[in-house]
Design a binder for this molecule. Structure first.
Ligand SMILES: [Zn+2]
Length: 222
C-alpha cells in the first residue's frame, strides 16, 4: 500500500497536462482559475467544475456535491507585489481549515508551466499539538485579514482619487488639499499592507515548518 502522500502526489503529477491547460487559460485571461479535486465512490480522483476568479483570487465551491472533496487546484497570475510561485497565507489557511488532503498551485514562470502540490495529513489532534496548530492558524488568519482590510481600503481610496482627478479642472482645484491628503493616506495604507504581507508570509512559513516537522504536510517533489 503506497503512502497516502505519495499516492496523491503521483496522481497530481499524472494530471500535469490538464493543469497546464488551465494555467494557459489563466495567463491568457489574466485571472485565477481553480477547481475542486473530488473523489468518486470508486476511489478515483476527478475534477470538479472549473471556476474563474479575479486577477488575484478565486473562490471555489465548498464541496463536490454528492461525492467527497479531497483538495483543490488553483492558478496564480503574475503579480509584482507578491511571489506568485508560492501558496499565499490565505491559501494555506483555507487548505488546513477545510481539511484538504491535496492542494495544488499552478503558475507560469519564464515561459514554463509549473504545478506544485502539497499533501496534508493532519490527524485528530489533542493537547499541545492541537493548541500549537490553533495558535499558528489564528495568527495567520489575523494577518491575512489585516492585509485584506488595508488592501481593500487602499483600492477604494485609489478609485476615489482617480474619480476626483477626472473631474473638470474647476471642480478639482478646490479638492486639491483633500486629494493630497488622500494620496498620503494611500501611501500609508499600501505600506501597512506590505508589512502585513511580510508578517503573513512569516507566520505561514512558521505554520508550514511546524506541520512539516510533525509530518502533517509534505510537498510533492520536495
Ligand atoms: Zn492562491
Amino acid at each position: 500500500m503506497p503512502d497516502v502522500f505519495d499516492y496523491m502526489c503521483a496522481w497530481a503529477a499524472g494530471e500535469y497536462d490538464a493543469f497546464s491547460k488551465l494555467i494557459e487559460e489563466s495567463v491568457k485571461e489574466n485571472r485565477e482559475i481553480g477547481l475542486n479535486i473530488c473523489q468518486s465512490l470508486d476511489g478515483n480522483f476527478q475534477f470538479g467544475p472549473k471556476c474563474s476568479g479575479a486577477e488575484c483570487s478565486v473562490t471555489l465551491p465548498k464541496d463536490c456535491g454528492t461525492i467527497s472533496k479531497v483538495g483543490t487546484f488553483h492558478t496564480h497570475t503574475e503579480d509584482p507585489s507578491v511571489d506568485h510561485t508560492k501558496f499565499s497565507g490565505a491559501d494555506i489557511l483555507e487548505s488546513v481549515l477545510s481539511d484538504e488532503k491535496l492542494s495544488c498551485l499552478g503558475y507560469k514562470k519564464d515561459g514554463v508551466n509549473h504545478v506544485s502540490c502539497i499533501t496534508f495529513n493532519v490527524p485528530e489532534l489533542e493537547g499541545q499539538s492541537k493548541d500549537e496548530l490553533i495558535t499558528h492558524l489564528k495568527s495567520l488568519s489575523f494577518y491575512s485579514k489585516q492585509m485584506d482590510i488595508n488592501m481593500d481600503k487602499a483600492d477604494g481610496l485609489e478609485r476615489q482619487i482617480n474619480h476626483w482627478l477626472k473631474l473638470p479642472k474647476e471642480k478639482v482645484e478646490p479638492l486639491l488639499p483633500r486629494i493630497r491628503e488622500s494620496m498620503r493616506e494611500l501611501d500609508r495604507l499600501r505600506a501597512k499592507a506590505k508589512v502585513d504581507l511580510g508578517m503573513e508570509e512569516r507566520v505561514k512559513n512558521r505554520l508550514l515548518a511546524f506541520m512539516k516537522e510533525k509530518g502533517y504536510v509534505k510537498e510533492c517533489n520536495g
